[in-house]
Design a protein around this ligand. Structure first.
Ligand SMILES: [Zn+2]
Length: 115
């Protein structure tokens, strides 16, 4: 059975870059979430010095945006490290699953190529 991997592209305004960023959010993010909106934290910017937290609801809509520029003197709190790590782990897991399903598709295409 192929798990359906769906993702949407959302936009958010970043008050630090004064830009509208696009971000791809996968359904996969909703896995293991039992409280909405949930925080999705990552770093962006040229030198990845902008800590971004998006609050995402169960329709993958962005409900809130928090951006904070990290200074050299900034230390991550334990909670921040945990949310960033969780985000990365989910992304890795998502890539792994996408890779797996793409491999399956390639096999299927190979089998059906005589059609
Ligand atoms: Zn930005």
């Amino acid at each position: 059975m192929n798990r359906k991997i769906a993702s949407v592209i959302r936009e958010y305004d970043c008050r630090l870059c004064n830009q509208r960023h696009k971000i791809t959010l996968s359904n996969h993010l909703l896995k293991d979430i039992d409280e909405y909106p949930f925080p999705y934290t990552f770093l962006h910017g040229e030198i990845k010095n902008i800590l971004t937290t998006l609050y995402i609801d169960k329709n993958l809509e962005i409900r809130g945006v928090e951006v904070r520029e990290l200074k050299d003197s900034d230390l991550f709190s334990k909670d921040q490290v945990l949310t960033i790590t969780t985000t990365l782990m989910k992304e890795i897991e998502q890539l792994r699953e996408e890779n797996e399903s793409l491999n399956k598709e390639i096999l299927t295409i190979g089998k059906n190529s005589t059609k």
